[in-house]
Design a binder for this molecule. Structure first.
Ligand code: FMN
Length: 337
């Protein structure tokens, strides 16, 4: 990973500093770029709220080979570890464009598939962002989750149909992208979606549907009520609204509202296997990671992504042993001090 990060630092120069800890400080306000919006406080809160949590160490038990695989029945997914690569689009204007969008997406999706999990793809302007994602997912026989922005009707349904044509069994919408300044600047209409509209959209989609950008228990319940099979507790990596709480601060309440009804995913500030364990203890079924996968893919292509997943697997396994956690599918809240 040291070499991968070194290479990424060169290739992402001017866009991402590849800091020792990816915490949103150095890149505050850099949107487009890899930062958080405005003061960067929502990005920073993701990392801070997670790092504030402490683990209870437990050694008087027989857990030596913890089970990292998880099943997400609501999404009909089985994952070798509870980590997915979050959707990230726009390599040219966010990361410097030293790698093409197609190569980037292929690296993320291919690396994840090789390690028994899934990568997601993003959407935006220009159109080659979602096109690259759809092509890569189709090339992997549907092993990926395409995320679409909350466009107005015609564009939304057209893109949804194309997403379904990739063979993906799960599709998603990042509803929080209604706040993306980059799209607003380009004059492309995205908007919040009322429950009635969402019910219509999800109802006509013959795939499992994930709503990404849920931050409160009431909206989690609404998501389940309108037919979503899963949510991602997410503030879009702090890129859509300054001064939101970190996701780790709201996760327990949101998860409790819908636990067992739909799949609960979360992202924001997850960097290590220890962070993954903390999110699972707060009630997530699995986590998504964003920026570190971008660094791994730019610096090392699919192999970099695989290396990063190996690192996460080792860290998560060690943390589970040291906290007496036998199964990633059933992490008790008492893991947290
Ligand atoms: C450069 C960049 C581009 C992104 N593009 C998308 C996108 O197209 N669709 C989406 O749902 N989320 C997008 N996101 C948000 C990520 O999916 C994810 O929510 C966030 O990065 C998680 O935080 P982390 O990077 O701290 O792990 C983007 C994030 C970044 C940094």
């Amino acid at each position: 990973m040291k070499d991968v990060r070194k290479k990424a630092k060169e290739l992402m120069s001017g866009y991402c500093r590849v800091c020792a800890v990816c915490d949103g400080r150095a890149c505050a306000g850099e949107v487009p770029g890899m930062g958080g919006l405005g003061t960067g406080s929502a990005f920073k809160a993701n990392v801070e709220d997670l790092s504030r949590l402490r683990l209870n160490m437990r050694l008087l038990h027989d857990v030596t080979e913890p089970e990292l695989a998880v099943s997400l029945p609501a999404l009909a997914l089985d994952l070798a570890l509870p980590v997915l690569a979050a959707p990230i689009g726009g390599v040219s204007f966010n990361m410097g464009g030293k790698m093409g969008e197609e190569d980037y997406v292929r690296a993320v999706l291919g690396g994840c598939a090789a390690k028994g999990t899934l990568g997601c793809t993003g959407d935006g302007v220009p159109d080659f962002i979602h096109q690259a994602g759809f092509t890569a997912i189709a090339g992997l026989s549907g092993r990926g989750i395409p995320f679409i922005k909350p466009w107005e009707d015609a564009e939304l349904f057209e893109k949804l149909d194309k997403a379904l044509a990739t063979g993906a069994g799960v599709v998603g919408m990042d509803v929080d992208a209604a706040g993306l300044v980059t799209l607003r600047k380009m004059g492309r209409p995205v908007s919040p979606k009322p429950p009635k509209k969402l019910k219509e959209i999800i109802g006509r989609t013959p795939a499992k549907f994930i709503l990404k950008g849920i931050m409160t228990p009431d909206e989690a319940r609404l998501a389940a009520d309108v037919g979503a099979a899963g949510i991602v507790v997410s503030n879009h990596g702090g890129r859509v609204l300054d001064h939101t709480p970190g996701t780790a601060a709201v996760l327990a309440g949101v998860a409790a509202a819908v636990k067992g009804r739909i799949a609960v995913l979360v992202d924001g500030g997850v960097r290590t296997g220890v962070d993954v364990l903390k999110m699972l203890a707060l009630g997530a079924d699995a986590v998504m990671i964003g920026r570190p996968f971008s660094i791994a893919a730019i610096g090392g292509a699919a192999e970099g992504v695989e290396k990063y997943l190996d690192q996460l697997r080792g860290e998560l396994s060690a943390a589970m042993i040291l906290t007496g956690t036998a199964r990633a599918a059933a992490v008790p809240a008492g893991v947290l001090a």
